[in-house]
Design a protein around this ligand. Structure first.
Ligand SMILES: *Cc1c(COP(=O)(O)O)cnc(C)c1O
Length: 215
């Protein structure tokens, strides 16, 4: 019952412009059902095998969000059903998504993950090269670039996190000038989603605050 209560409380506290992704990685299907039964339809996973198993067994009106890093050779497993891929960070990956989307006769929504964390991380696309990636993506009819995603540094320094969110929001507003149909800014997790919303997030990815701590 706790999961249902957490989901409802969180949802009711959000502005209407913000979509909640319930991050259910490592959690059993019964936990997802508890959230589903109070109306939650968007779930986030970071491992393809786990996401596929849950997709097979759970109601088909769930929107599955791949929020983790995607290896090119795994795209084919999610292409038949994935709703939105949050962490696209290379042209090579986009090409593979196009190929697999076409095979499945689908259009797949993608977000470009921008590297905003000051800490060293190998994930995320450099903001300076965003316009060339978007230009290249025009040749992919089965891909819809719906916006941007980012992850702040893993730090307790709140000012640093806020600054990183501000930077991403700035990049997003410039991005929208060239791609006005892009409406999604995916930023914010359990510990920082309120700040992310203050800085302009339209999609938050919340796990532990709904389902409890992961092991
Ligand atoms: C696990 C994860 C989350 C959710 O983290 P919580 O702190 O449990 O809310 C959000 N985004 C990504 C990319 C994740 O991997």
């Amino acid at each position: 019952m706790k999961i249902a209560k957490n989901t409802i409380e969180l949802k009711n506290s959000l502005p209407e412009t913000v979509t909640l992704i319930a991050v259910s990685k490592t959690k059993p299907q019964s936990d997802l059902i508890e959230a589903y039964e109070v109306g939650q339809r968007d779930f986030g996973e970071n491992k393809i095998q786990e996401m596929s198993e849950k997709w097979e067994h759970l109601p088909k009106d769930i929107h599955w969000h791949m929020i983790g890093h995607v290896q090119t050779n795994k795209v084919k497993y999610m292409a038949p059903f994935v709703h939105l891929i949050h962490a696209v960070d290379s042209l090579k990956l986009l090409k593979e998504i196009q190929k697999q989307a076409l095979k499945n006769n689908r259009t797949i929504g993608c977000l470009i993950q921008i590297r905003i964390a000051q800490e060293e991380t190998k994930f995320g696309f450099p903001a300076e090269e965003l316009s060339s990636l978007v230009e290249a993506a025009k040749q992919f009819p089965n891909i819809e670039i719906k916006g941007l995603m980012g992850m702040a540094s893993f730090t307790s320094n709140q000012e640093q996190i806020r600054q990183e969110f501000k930077n991403l929001a700035e990049i997003f507003s410039e991005f929208k000038l060239v791609k006005p149909e892009s409406t999604i800014l995916s930023m914010g997790m359990s510990s920082d989603y309120q700040m992310a919303i203050e800085e302009g997030s339209t999609m938050i990815r919340v796990g532990s605050k709904i389902f409890g701590e992961r092991n």
